[in-house]
Design a protein around this ligand. Structure first.
Ligand SMILES: *Cc1c(COP(=O)(O)O)cnc(C)c1O
Length: 359
């Protein structure tokens, strides 16, 4: 048997680990921040009708620049955005990869602020972009001054922010994004995968786009939109950024079926997002109840909660798994992360934690 170490793989990939969230088949999966509510049946029906129509033309390549989907996404986001400002790919992970293919790569650097989404550094590695780990302030925050200090010290080609941050849930102020933007000549990317779970009425980085052609806001249909299995992520930016994406994408990267399904789902955005309020209620319940069980929590604007005070994270993870509940052990000392599920799932999780820890 050959192992990876025996192959003539790129030297910079040697010893790297692939993205590794476990994929156990369990009763209650609260480990990868999916929307655990299935999509409404009436919407599913409309999507199937759209797919049935699209399948009749799969002998042809799909529309390469997916104008209709980009127009649907622009309509969903609002903020005066039009199709020319939008781009999409098979998950926002692919969007982030295309960004680094165009603006990073060998000899270039990307600055991020761990603990953050593990894919940011993995995609950096896969695209040959050197990852620079900046340091956050206390409580996982990043002040404008801290961001500027790191940008001035490292002069990165790309900066990755994550707002609210995964895995901590921490919001990021627009002041920090603006300060970093003004301090760099590189691209500034704000990963807003969880934006829909933030308190309503607060401005997103989308409001910063006008006049900032080096700013990119990435979003996904995987989380709030309950569409993780369909693989649709997107970005909003200046049309010149979209031109850059066209240089690195593979032709026809978004299948006709993906485009049809996403367009049909976006036509039902209100129904697709109906569960977001409910999920926020369960998140707030986790924020309230976990401390009562002896586990201090970090404030979260996302659909998950990072909690501390865990003597042996692996032991608690395994004990929950034995009860058919999977959460996430990120290797952060004393910490675990749990996704806000349905009311019943959240109840089962809290009851199991109470039972296991003898409360
Ligand atoms: C889940 C997640 C994504 C989503 O990735 P997709 O490829 O769109 O499913 C992107 N960024 C962050 C921070 C995430 O947590």
């Amino acid at each position: 048997m050959t192992s990876l170490a025996d192959l003539p793989i790129r030297a910079d990939l040697r010893g790297l680990k692939p993205y590794g969230a476990p994929e156990a088949q369990v009763r209650i999966a609260l480990n990868v921040n999916e929307n655990t509510h299935p999509i409404p049946e009436a919407v599913a029906h409309d999507i199937v009708v759209a797919l049935a129509s699209a399948i009749m033309s799969v002998n042809r390549y799909p529309e390469r620049d997916f104008h209709q989907l980009r127009s649907s996404l622009a309509g969903y986001l609002g903020h005066g955005l039009i199709a020319d400002n939008l781009w999409a790919a098979n998950g926002s992970n692919e969007v982030l990869q295309q960004i680094l293919q165009a603006f990073g790569g060998p000899g270039r650097t990307v600055l991020g602020f761990p603990p953050t989404y593990s894919m940011h550094s993995i995609i950096a590695g896969a695209t040959g972009t050197r990852w620079i780990a900046g340091q956050r302030d206390a409580n996982f925050e990043i002040s404008p001054q801290t961001a500027v200090d790191w940008v001035c010290r490292e002069t990165p080609d790309v900066i990755f922010f994550c707002s609210p941050n995964n895995p901590t849930g921490t919001p990021l102020s627009l002041d920090t994004i603006v300060a970093a933007y003004d301090a760099t000549e590189g691209m500034v990317v704000v990963d807003e995968a969880y934006a829909e779970f933030a308190p309503e009425g607060l401005p997103t980085a989308l409001t910063l786009l006008p006049g900032r052609e080096r700013l990119i806001v990435s979003r996904t249909m995987s989380k709030a939109f309950a569409f993780a299995g369909a693989r649709v992520g997107y970005l909003a930016a200046d049309p010149a950024v979209i031109d850059a994406m066209r240089l690195v994408r593979l032709p026809y990267h978004l299948s006709a079926l993906t485009q049809a399904a996403a367009i049909a789902a976006l036509a039902h955005a209100t129904e697709m997002l109906a569960m977001v309020d409910d999920i926020r209620v369960q998140r707030d319940r986790l924020l309230r109840e976990l401390p009562k069980l002896g586990f201090p929590v970090w404030p979260s604007w996302a659909n998950f909660v990072l909690f501390g005070g865990v003597d042996d994270p692996n032991a608690l993870f395994e004990a929950l798994l034995a009860e058919g509940i999977i959460i996430r052990d990120l290797g952060m000392p004393g910490h675990l992360r749990v996704t806000a599920g349905t009311e019943a799932e959240t109840t089962e999780f809290l009851n199991a934690v109470a039972r296991i820890t003898g409360q």
